[in-house]
Structures are given as structure tokens and as C-alpha cells.
Design a protein around this ligand. Structure first.
Ligand SMILES: C[S@@+](CC[C@H](N)C(=O)[O-])C[C@H]1O[C@@H](n2cnc3c(N)ncnc32)[C@H](O)[C@@H]1O
Length: 219
């Protein structure tokens, strides 16, 4: 139970926004760079003709849904062979983000769209392959430098979701023994997520967002 309940809020905000952007910008052949378990296959299937997941051999994630093994820096596919791209929660794990954006640009057709989700305030995860966090200015800089036109950079929360969700992750470190059997941490975690969801509607201080979702176009 612990694993599934601790991040319901951020996952649902993220996936809702992905659905909104994808319905506007994703179509045709889709490449999913750093796909992990390819969690968005079902969500995106009505929009695309093919969903090709790429990940590297060293991935910590379940690799059974990976279609092509390769590095985000050198994807073994032809130039301009995809209409759309997504890369969710991957850029922070890449030591050379500029190279990875150039590679995404290479494989997209002109006029193709890419959707990235990129954290700004989040704890270290998947150590030691956790290299960077990005402000919206850093995102603008990198995407413009690699030739993309930015369509939108959407902060996914204000202060309270970030603060509440990090607090929930923190308390889950103590989720063992009787606390775990009695689901005390689950109950506290879910209550905090519910509470911060409500106050996020009132206070949208975007400079504290945990994550941005970016839509970019290859001109
Ligand atoms: C936090 S997970 C996100 C997975 C998936 N996109 C999702 O949203 O659930 C980061 C992913 O980036 C992949 N990754 C890290 N470095 C990579 C690299 N150099 N080339 C390709 N994928 C990489 C990891 O293997 C992992 O699947």
C-alpha cells in the first residue's frame, strides 16, 4: 500500500496535464525517451499510431516494455522518423541534457512536438544517476539553444503541493513495524495530500513548483 499511496497527488496532477497537452500536440509515431515501464501507453494509445519506448540497458526500472534499447544521446533510429516525442521525468537523470535534447530534435520530423516533464524541486532519487534540477529559465535556455521553439512551460503546482508531497515522502522513511501494519503513515500521507490539493487551488505560487511540463516544437 505504502508505495502506491505516497505520490497519488503528484502523479494525478502530472497525468492530467499530460493528457491535456497530449490531446493537443501528440499524434502519429510517438517516441518515448527514457520510457521506463512505459506508463503512458494506455493514456496515449487513442492519439498515436505507434508508441516506441526507448531506454538504456542500465535502467533500474522494469524493462519488459522497452522497445528499443539505446542511450538518450544516441537513439538507434533514423533522422526525422517520429511525429511526436515524450520524455517524462528523465532530463534530471541525464548528465548531458543538451545532447539528449539535440537527439530528440534529430529524430523528430519538422513540425513535430515534444512534451517533457522536468522537476524543479524534488529530492534525490535513482541515485547516483540524478544530476540536475531545472528552473523555467534553464529550460528556456536549453530548448532554445538546441533549436526547439517553446510552446508552453507549465508549472504543475504552487508551494503547498511541493511542500506537502516532500513531507509525505519524508515520513514514508519511517513506514515500518507497527506504523506500517496499522497504515498510520498511509493515513497521514493521504490526509496531507488531500489538504495540500485543496490549498493549492488558493495559493499558486509558481516559483515553488515541484515540476514543469514543457511543450516544444521542432520548427
Ligand atoms: C524517473 S524514470 C522515468 C521513467 C518514465 N519516463 C516514467 O515517467 O515513468 C527515468 C528514466 O530515464 C531513464 N534513463 C536514465 N538515463 C538514461 C539514458 N542515458 N538514456 C536513456 N534513458 C535513460 C531511466 O532508465 C529511467 O527509465
Amino acid at each position: 500500500m505504502a508505495k502506491e499511496t505516497k505520490n497519488i497527488l503528484v502523479n494525478s496532477i502530472h497525468d492530467k496535464q499530460l493528457q491535456v497537452f497530449a490531446s493537443q500536440y501528440i499524434s502519429g509515431r510517438l517516441i518515448d525517451i527514457g520510457c521506463g515501464k512505459k506508463p503512458y501507453e494506455e493514456l496515449l494509445s487513442p492519439l498515436v499510431t505507434e508508441h516506441v519506448g526507448v531506454d538504456h540497458q542500465d535502467s533500474f526500472h522494469d524493462k519488459s516494455n522497452v522497445d528499443i534499447f539505446g542511450s538518450a544521446y544516441e537513439i538507434p533510429v533514423e533522422d526525422e522518423s517520429f511525429d511526436s516525442a515524450i520524455s517524462t521525468a528523465v532530463l534530471e537523470h541525464l548528465e548531458e541534457p543538451e545532447l539528449a535534447l539535440r537527439e530528440c530534435y534529430r529524430v523528430l520530423k519538422p513540425g513535430g512536438y515534444a512534451i517533457y516533464s522536468i522537476p524543479f524541486i524534488w529530492h534525490i532519487h535513482e541515485a547516483p544517476r540524478d544530476f540536475f534540477r531545472y528552473s523555467k529559465f534553464g529550460i528556456e535556455y536549453l530548448f532554445n539553444k538546441t533549436g526547439f521553439e517553446i510552446i508552453e512551460i507549465k508549472p504543475l503546482s504552487g508551494f503547498w503541493v511541493t511542500f506537502g508531497q516532500l513531507f509525505v515522502y519524508y515520513i514514508y522513511r519511517f513506514n515500518r513495524g507497527p506504523l506500517r501494519w496499522l497504515h498510520i503513515i498511509d493515513i497521514i500521507g493521504l490526509s496531507i495530500q488531500g489538504f495540500v490539493y485543496l490549498i493549492n487551488k488558493i495559493d499558486k505560487t509558481e516559483q515553488w513548483t515541484w515540476m514543469y511540463m514543457v511543450v516544444a516544437k521542432k520548427p
